[in-house]
Design a protein around this ligand. Structure first.
Ligand SMILES: C[S@@+](CC[C@H](N)C(=O)[O-])C[C@H]1O[C@@H](n2cnc3c(N)ncnc32)[C@H](O)[C@@H]1O
Length: 230
């Protein structure tokens, strides 16, 4: 997917993003984000260095910086309008984070990280770009480091995928999510989302060098998966 197209999509959504009651849009919202922080294999007080791909408005960033009070975080995102909200939300963490604007699939960083995390961002890349990114992430990690991706996936079975999409719509309707929003959301999905199965992505992670790869959590078409650098 062209980064410009993804950026335009999020420029349009940025203003509404945090006011959308995301717990009514993402099934298992709190577990979804909390599981990412729980899978970071370090003591609470460890001085760890974290890279976040697709920081957006800083939802996961805030949880991670709260859970690991001595962690430093570098966040990357394409969209200024999303990053401006993250800056505001993360103010209280002062010198513990740096936010960079850029395309995480195009830039190369020199630093080494203990953990690379991402939520709802990598699914905008094509399968080839995902494979390349996973190789890059492996290089960014120190030995003992972890990559955790909380993202949207498809199922190998088309009928199960269709069922999940139906259940997802039902979940939003039960939460009284605005029908106009849902229509726009599903049109947007078609334009900028590229779903791959978790199973394929575990294979790509192994090929990139990761060990102990697994799906750590799953709820319909939302999954958290990743692996370790040993
Ligand atoms: C659905 S939002 C998720 C934001 C946040 N991680 C969360 O869970 O709320 C996706 C974010 O990823 C960013 N993004 C998508 N593709 C990107 C890329 N190739 N490089 C950097 N940021 C990207 C978008 O700008 C957007 O802010």
């Amino acid at each position: 997917m062209k980064p410009e197209k993804v950026k335009r999509h999020f420029q349009k959504w940025a203003g509404d993003y945090d006011s959308l009651h995301r717990e009514k849009i993402i099934p298992g919202f709190h577990d979804f984000y909390r599981t990412v922080t729980r899978m970071v294999p370090f003591e609470k007080n460890a001085r760890i260095n974290i890279l976040e791909l697709g920081t957006g408005t800083g939802t996961l960033t805030e949880m991670v910086l709260s859970s690991y009070p001595r962690a430093q975080l570098t966040g990357i995102d394409l969209t200024d309008e999303m990053l401006l909200q993250a800056e505001e939300k993360l103010k209280r963490f002062k010198n513990r984070f740096i936010l960079m604007r850029g395309d995480f699939s195009a830039i190369t960083l020199n630093s080494n990280f203990d953990a690379v995390i991402s939520s709802l961002s990598i699914h905008h890349l094509t399968p080839d770009s995902k494979k390349k990114l996973y190789k890059k992430i492996y290089k960014y990690l120190k030995k003992g480091g972890v990559f955790i991706n909380a993202d949207m996936v498809k199922s190998e079975s088309q009928s199960i995928h269709a069922l999940y999409m139906k259940l997802w719509k039902g979940f939003m309707r039960a939460g009284k999510v605005d029908e106009g929003y849902m229509k726009r959301r599903f049109e947007g999905v078609k334009k900028v989302d590229i779903y791959d199965t978790a199973e394929d992505q575990l294979v790509w992670l192994k090929k990139a060098g990761f060990e102990d790869v697994d799906v750590f959590w799953k709820y319909w078409n939302f999954a958290i998966f990743g692996g370790f650098k040993k």
